[in-house]
Design a protein around this ligand. Structure first.
Ligand code: APR
Length: 308
C-alpha cells in the first residue's frame, strides 16, 4: 500500500510541499485548508502534472479531516503570519488556537501518524502540538534546523565556490534570533570551516544565516520563504517514509540531553520509520552550550505566553 502524507495549510509552504511529495511518487497526498475550494483546486492541479512528470501519487484537497484518516505523516503549516500592528504575543495566541484545533482533528483520525510542525514560532508550536496530541515524543518533530542549515550551507558554498554537496554544516537551537550556527563543527570536504574562511567574514555569514528568513521577507514584500522551507520538510518526510535514518537538525523534545529538560529545541536527530530514533549529542564548548541554553530559555518564555 502507498504511504499517505497529509499537509494541513495549503498555502505557500504547504502546497509547494504537496507538489514535492507527489513528485517523489512514494505517497498519496492530502492537502487541507480552511479556504473553501482552494486545497481542492491546488490538489487537482498537482494531480494533473502527474502524467507529464510520471508520478502516480493520488493528490486530493479537503476543507475537513475525514480524507486525512490513516495518514503516516502529517505536516502542520497552518497559521497566520504577523500582520502590521500585531504583537508577537497576539500572533502566538492566534497560531496556538489554529494549531490546537488542527492537532485534535488530526490525531483523532491518524493515531499512529508522525507529526511535523512548521508553523511559527516553531519551537513553541511544536511543543504545543506534542502536548495537545498526547503522542510520544518520537512522533512529534519540528522543522527548522534543516532550513537554517541549508541557508548556512548555501552561503558557505557560494563564498568558497564549491558544491553545496561538499559542505557539511550544523545550525542548532531555536528558529530565530537565538539560532546557533556551529562554524567549529562545520567543514568542507573534511576541512574545518574556520581554516577556510577568516573569522570576521565567517561571522558575517553566520549573521546572514540568522537573518535568512527576514532577508526573503524583505525581498518578497508580501509573504515569506517557501521553496527552501518546503524542500527542508521534504527531506524529513523522505527520511521517515523511506526509513533512511538520516541525521539532521530538528526541533525535538529534550529530556536531559544538552543539559535541557522538558523542552523542544533544535539539535541533530536521526529520523526513520519510528520518527525520532536517536538524539545525537555533540560535544559543545562552553560558549556553544550557553548559546543553546539561551535558545531554550527563549522557547520557555514563549511557552509561558501560551500558558501550556
Ligand atoms: N486550518 C487549516 N488551514 C488553516 C487554518 C486552519 N485552522 N488557519 C489558517 N490556515 C491556512 C491558511 O488559509 C493558509 O492557506 O494556512 C495557510 C498558511 O499559508 P500561508 O499564509 O501561505 O503561509 P506559508 O508561507 O505557507 O507559511 C506557513 O510556516 O514558516 C511558517 O510562519 C510560517 O506559520 C507559517 C507557516
Amino acid at each position: 500500500m502507498r504511504s499517505k502524507v497529509t499537509v494541513v495549510g495549503a498555502g505557500n509552504v504547504g502546497a509547494t510541499l504537496g507538489q514535492r511529495v507527489a513528485e517523489r511518487d512514494y505517497a498519496d497526498v492530502v492537502l487541507v485548508d480552511v479556504i473553501p475550494d482552494m486545497p481542492q483546486g491546488k490538489a487537482l492541479d498537482i494531480l494533473e502534472a502527474g502524467p507529464v512528470l510520471g508520478y502516480d501519487s493520488l493528490v486530493i484537497g479537503a476543507n475537513g479531516y475525514d480524507e486525512t484518516a490513516g495518514s503516516d505523516v502529517v505536516v502542520i503549516t497552518s497559521g497566520i503570519a504577523r500582520k502590521p500592528g500585531m504583537s508577537r504575543d497576539d500572533l502566538i495566541r492566534t497560531n496556538q488556537g489554529i494549531v490546537t484545533q488542527v492537532t485534535r482533528e488530526i490525531v483523532s483520525r491518524s493515531p499512529n501518524a508522525i507529526l511535523i510542525c512548521v508553523t511559527n514560532p516553531l519551537d513553541a508550536m511544536v511543543q504545543l502540538t506534542w502536548k495537545v496530541s498526547g503522542f510520544p515524543k518520537n512522533r512529534v518533530i519540528g522543522m527548522a534546523g534543516v532550513l537554517d542549515t541549508a541557508r548556512f550551507r548555501a552561503f558557505i558554498a557560494q563564498e568558497l565556490g564549491v558544491s553545496v554537496r561538499d559542505v557539511q554544516a550544523y545550525v542548532l537551537g531555536g528558529h530565530g534570533d537565538t539560532m546557533v550556527p556551529l562554524a567549529r563543527l562545520s567543514s568542507v570536504a573534511g576541512v574545518p570551516l574556520p581554516n577556510l574562511i577568516p573569522a570576521e567574514r565567517l561571522e558575517q555569514i553566520v549573521q546572514r544565516t540568522r537573518d535568512g528568513g527576514a532577508e526573503i521577507v524583505q525581498l518578497l514584500k508580501t509573504g515569506s520563504a517557501y521553496y527552501a522551507p518546503s524542500a527542508s520538510v521534504l527531506q524529513m518526510v523522505d527520511s521517515i517514509i523511506l526509513d533512511k535514518k538520516m541525521i539532521m537538525p530538528c526541533s525535538v523534545y529534550l529530556e536531559g540531553e544538552y543539559g535541557i529538560n522538558g523542552l523542544y529545541v533544535g539539535v541533530p536527530a536521526k529520523l526513520g520509520a519510528k520518527g525520532v530514533e536517536e538524539i545525537i549529542q555533540l560535544d559543545l564548548t562552553e560558549t556553544e552550550r550557553a548559546a543553546l541554553q539561551k535558545s531554550a530559555d527563549a522557547v520557555k518564555e514563549l511557552i509561558g505566553v501560551m500558558g501550556i
